[in-house]
Structure formats: structure tokens, C-alpha cells
Design a protein around this ligand. Structure first.
Ligand SMILES: [Zn+2]
Length: 354
């Protein structure tokens, strides 16, 4: 028998890591057709547990059911193996429609599944090693079990997790702190896996988080981790996936903002919040905390939202992403009501290196 091996691409490497480190529990391998169908149709695995986005392994590798295939990361590291239980054809268009709500190839998540192809292999994985990451991430890297143990050691019972793939500016600092007011601890959990072109590099973001932790968050109430997963940009369905992953890491509450995990205009502003109305929260095992868009208001003299601020548009500081990028690119700090100077300086330096 010849030895079969497969080098995973970057996205599948991230999936392997999340399955392997326990972040994708209850998944123990790449999903097959029965799981795929029920996930697409009902947001549940074939066994009936909540699961919103199929985690599948598309490959053209010649193999048969019963084969064991050695798996390597996109960087060539030996990770473990998969035991092939099923070889099947995925209907990527149907997945796009039901999971992403669009079949438009311009949607980054849809484009990614179309590009992968439709022939999939499924089966449980065995893990020998996890993929490597840059030092900036590894110094914060813990598995879900390790974070759970850490939260327990700190005596935290009510833990709110915050997902982000951007630097934290004042508006998000405010909402994480508003959530922390009613919780024992805050778990800042940025995604470090594959994002889309134009997103700020993850190592730059890590430096932004670290300087905020050091200067503006109480050390004994906040934990910074990293989440080595890819983005799907699946909007509401991805908000549910983000919540499940944070439950697995030990959080009890999860911040869901407006336009959570969306891309372009594919999803309504509140879709990612409203999807939780269709879900049994006790069964899900983590409670979403819904937040409005937040901003600095000159009349309130502080950060606020539509929920808390009665003032007019002209009293509120609004800067578009494009405007902020332009300022930073020109070496100019945005107003400190928008961004902490320490964070602005890191971003200005990063633009200079570009
Ligand atoms: Zn106001």
C-alpha cells in the first residue's frame, strides 16, 4: 500500500487546527454529506447539535474509503492524518445559497468555496501537531482547554468574549468595557487566520491590542488570546459559529455588534443579531450580548450609542474607514476621541513599512 499524503491549503490548515485544538467541538473531523446537508438546511450536525457552516475538505487526491491520509499544513508541517470515511460531491452553489445567502462570486466566502472545488473527503482526524504561527501570536496562544483552566484559576464565572479582526478603536474599547461592567472577565479574542485582502495584517493588530491592554484595560480582568481560524464572511451564520467557538474556549457571553462578520452589502445591519432569536440559547451554551454602533458624542462628552445618546448627527464624531486609512497613511493621528494615540502610532508605523 502506498502512503497517501495531502498538503492542506491555508484555509483547510486553519480548519484542521480548530478541529484539532478543540475550538470546533463537537467536530472531530472534516464533515461528510449527511452533516453537510443538515448544516446547510438546519444549522445542525447530523447528530443534531448546533453547527452553522460546513467544515469540509475539498481535494482531488486519489484515494478510497478506508484510506488513511497524512496531512501537512500549507507550510509543510506534518500535522496528523485523516481516516477517509466518505468521498462525496458537494453542491457548492447550494451551500453558497443556503449558508451565505448569496451565490455571488464577488462574495469572498462564496468565492473561496467555489475555488476549492466540489469533491470532498470526510472523516475523523488524528492530531500530532498544530500549525505554527508567528511569534506575535504564539506568545498569546492557548488552546480552549488552557483558556478554560485559566478562567477557572482566576475565579471568573461570567466571561464575555469579543471577536474582532480589526484594531480596537475607542468605540470598541467602550463596548467591551460596557460588557465587562456586568461580567467577571473580558476575553479579547482576535482572529489571526486568513482574512481578505486589504484587512490589516494580524501582527500589527496584535501590537495594537497589546498596547491597549497595557495602558487602558485592568490586567486582572482582561485576557487576550488568538483564534487561528479563517473568516467566511457569512454574516449571521458566522456570528453563530463565532459564539460556539467562544463557548468552547470557556466564555459564557459573546458580543455581537452590528454587521457582525459580514462583507459588502450582503447582510442586513441586524441580521447577525436577529439569527439568535431562532436559536435556543440554553442549548447553544453561550449568551449573545447585542450592541449598537458606538461613537464619540461631543454633547454627551463621551462614547455613546443610539441607545444612550439623544443628540444629533452633527454632535457625533464619525470617520469612515477610508478617511481613517487616509489619515494614517499620511502619518496623521485620528482625533483621540476616535483612536488612542498609542494605537494610531502603531498603525502609522505599519503604513510607513508598506
Ligand atoms: Zn450625545
Amino acid at each position: 500500500m502506498t502512503e497517501l499524503s495531502l498538503t492542506l491549503d491555508e484555509r483547510h490548515t486553519a480548519d484542521f487546527e480548530m478541529i484539532g485544538n478543540g475550538g470546533f467541538a463537537p467536530l472531530t473531523g472534516f464533515q461528510g454529506s449527511a452533516d453537510w446537508e443538515r448544516v446547510c438546511a438546519e444549522m445542525r450536525t447530523a447528530d443534531g447539535e448546533y453547527w452553522p457552516i460546513p467544515i469540509t475538505l475539498a481535494t482531488e487526491l486519489e484515494c478510497e474509503v478506508g484510506d488513511t491520509i497524512a496531512l501537512c499544513s500549507d507550510e509543510g508541517k506534518a500535522l496528523g492524518r485523516i481516516r477517509v470515511e466518505e468521498i462525496w460531491e458537494r453542491d457548492a452553489r447550494s451551500e453558497a445559497e443556503r449558508v451565505y445567502g448569496t451565490t455571488d462570486e464577488a462574495h469572498p466566502g462564496v468565492a473561496a468555496i467555489y475555488a476549492e472545488g466540489s469533491r470532498c473527503i470526510a472523516g475523523p482526524i488524528e492530531v500530532d501537531a498544530l500549525p505554527d504561527h508567528e511569534e506575535a501570536f504564539m506568545r498569546r496562544y492557548k488552546t480552549p482547554a488552557e483558556h478554560k483552566a485559566d478562567f477557572e484559576a482566576r475565579g471568573w464565572k461570567k466571561i464575555v468574549a469579543f471577536q474582532t479582526r480589526n484594531p480596537i478603536h475607542r468605540a470598541h474599547e467602550y463596548l467591551t468595557k460596557a460588557a465587562l461592567e456586568t461580567c467577571d472577565g473580558l476575553f479579547i479574542h482576535p482572529l489571526i487566520g486568513k482574512t481578505k485582502a486589504g484587512d490589516i495584517p494580524a501582527d500589527v493588530r496584535m501590537r495594537c491590542y497589546e498596547v491597549l491592554m497595557e495602558k487602558y484595560y485592568p490586567e486582572d480582568r482582561v485576557v487576550l488570546g488568538v483564534k487561528p481560524a479563517k473568516m467566511h464572511y457569512a454574516g449571521p451564520r458566522e456570528a453563530v459559529l463565532h459564539a460556539i467557538v467562544r463557548r468552547n474556549y470557556g466564555a459564557t457571553h459573546f458580543i455581537v455588534g452590528r454587521d457582525h462578520a459580514g462583507a459588502g452589502d450582503y447582510y442586513g445591519t441586524y441580521d447577525a443579531q436577529q439569527i439568535f432569536e431562532t436559536i435556543d440559547i440554553d442549548e447553544l451554551g453561550i449568551e449573545p450580548l447585542m450592541f449598537e454602533h458606538t461613537f464619540w458624542c461631543n454633547k454627551c462628552e463621551g462614547l455613546a450609542s443610539n441607545k444612550t445618546c439623544p443628540h444629533e448627527k452633527e454632535d457625533r464624531l464619525f470617520l469612515s474607514g477610508t478617511a481613517v486609512r487616509e489619515m494614517l497613511g499620511n502619518g496623521q493621528r485620528p482625533p483621540h476621541e476616535f483612536s488612542r494615540d498609542e494605537v494610531a502610532d502603531i498603525l502609522i508605523d505599519a503604513y510607513k513599512e508598506d
